[in-house]
Design a protein around this ligand. Structure first.
Ligand SMILES: [Zn+2]
Length: 245
């Protein structure tokens, strides 16, 4: 693997167990996967260059993955952004995102000094971001009341990694283990069987077994008590931790 850096701006699930920030991570300092409510605060904590982020890739519209977007748009309008940005997400991301930001920070989308492009991600339709990331969306099984829940397989240069977003164990989770140099998987509990999520003791051994043994597995969207459970080449995300591979 070559030069893949992941900086976690949060590692917890929606309940912020033990005070963990909600899950999201920045790849190579340029592409943010998910926008948790505290995204702006966390990006400042890790010293990210917020106006240099080229794209935000949203997995689904649950608040712990999405509600940081208004703060990013507020920052970009008022803190001198000039560089274009792309926001990628499931069907409805543009309508919902604009609606929320205009209600909570009115005017954040008016007279902005940068190009803002909203992109619908659809399974079966790979995308190439301006930054060069090649993104392939996968349909995940999580909350049928949302427009869609997505996972992503992403190629950056010669390296490919995948991210499950939120999901139960399903065919797409297994697809996301194939042909990747690194996988980031949700793991919302240790042993509790939450109907819309995966856990450490039942599901992660399946993920680990299907993933190449040489490919690291990073567990995120965690609850207190999630550890590596003795699995090889497996890591647990931590708030503000940077992984380099
Ligand atoms: Zn969710």
């Amino acid at each position: 693997m070559h030069d893949l850096n992941l900086t976690f701006i949060g590692s917890g699930n929606a309940f912020s167990p033990a005070g963990l920030c909600c899950n999201g991570f920045l790849v190579n300092d340029r592409v943010l996967f998910d926008a948790p409510p505290q995204a702006l605060s966390s990006l400042n904590t890790v010293g990210a260059e917020i106006n240099e982020i080229d794209a935000v890739v949203i997995s689904h519209h649950h608040g712990d993955h999405f509600l940081g977007l208004p703060f990013l748009l507020l920052h970009w309008k008022w803190k001198g952004r000039t560089k274009p940005v792309q926001i990628v997400g499931p069907r409805g991301t543009e309508v919902l995102g604009k609606d929320i930001v205009e209600k909570v920070f009115p005017g954040s989308l008016r007279d902005i000094g940068y190009d803002l492009e909203w992109i619908d991600a659809k399974p079966g339709s790979p995308l190439i971001l301006r930054e060069g990331f090649e993104i392939e969306p996968y349909p995940m099984v999580h909350d049928p009341e949302l427009s869609m829940c997505l996972g992503y397989k992403t190629r950056v240069g010669a390296t490919t990694f995948s991210y499950t977003g939120d999901s139960v164990m399903c065919d797409s989770v297994l697809d996301l283990t194939k042909g990747v140099d690194l996988m980031v998987s949700e793991c919302a509990s240790r042993a509790d069987r939450i109907p819309v999520h995966m856990n450490l003791v039942d599901d992660m051994p399946v993920v680990r077994r299907n993933l190449a043994s040489t490919s690291p597995l990073i567990l995120t969207h965690i609850a207190a008590g999630v550890d590596t459970n003795g699995m090889a080449n497996t890591y647990v995300a931590e708030d503000f931790k940077r992984f380099s591979f």
